[in-house]
Design a protein around this ligand. Structure first.
Ligand code: PRE
Length: 96
């Protein structure tokens, strides 16, 4: 029983590692694109923070989440993603 639980734990952690690798790749891609958006906004003299676009993103992802029990957690994660996206636009916009 203990052995089988240990094996299961190891397998599940491997799955988490595999998902983390994919998430990191996608987050890096998202940040790069957001930095490009940041440069265009700078050129157009637009503010980094666009609340109506963030609302649209949150509504869109809320509709995509199938298991509504996970909705609040995922929305919280997205709050951080958007917060950091804005910070990156301000910090690294010129480098991309
Ligand atoms: C982005 C970042 C900041 C804004 O407040 C809204 C959205 C995002 O990361 O999705 C990108 C962006 O700047 C934009 O779409 O206008």
């Amino acid at each position: 029983m203990k052995d089988s639980n240990n094996n299961k734990l190891e397998d599940l952690r491997k799955e988490v590692d595999c998902l983390d690798s994919k998430i990191i790749k996608l987050l890096e891609e998202r940040i790069s694109i957001s930095a490009k958006i940041g440069i265009i906004k700078q050129n157009l003299n637009l503010p980094t923070y666009t609340p109506e676009r963030e609302e649209e993103i949150k509504n869109r992802i809320s509709a995509l989440i199938q298991d509504k029990k996970k909705l609040n957690s995922i929305l919280k994660i997205y709050e951080s993603v958007l917060y950091e996206s804005r910070a990156m636009q301000n910090e690294f916009g010129e480098e991309v």
